[in-house]
Design a protein. Structure first.
Length: 118
């Protein structure tokens, strides 16, 4: 019984090691082959930038919902102005798999003077 459990565990571990680079390659190709789009998303979660002890600063992390799908942003600009549940300008891609990849999130631009918000 023990030998079977160890064998299954080792097989799973080595399969993960072998397949991990292949699966990352599929994800990278799915993302890179998709055109960038700009849209408005809803901010679902914000982790502000912080510094952990003996570690370099950790930038803000934001998750947004775009096209009904939740995705983490690669880059966040103006995180102090973003609010959970509020809108944000999002630069994103939709892969052939249907997965949403968010490249950048930032607050909506301010309306130009002389224009009224809609």
């Amino acid at each position: 019984m023990r030998i079977a459990i160890v064998t299954i565990g080792l097989t799973t571990f080595f399969a993960y090691l072998a397949l991990s680079p292949i699966l990352r390659g599929f994800t990278k190709h799915d993302r890179d082959a998709s055109p960038q789009q700009t849209g408005i998303g809803t901010v679902e979660q914000i982790i502000p930038p912080h510094i952990e002890e003996n570690v370099k600063p950790i930038p803000a992390q934001v998750w947004v919902r775009i096209d009904g799908k939740l995705a983490a942003a690669e880059a966040v600009f103006g995180s102090a102005q973003l609010r959970v549940g509020g809108p944000a300008q999002v630069l994103f891609r939709v892969g052939k798999s249907g997965r949403v990849y968010v490249d950048r999130v930032e607050p909506l631009p301010e309306p130009r003077s002389g224009q009224h918000p809609k």
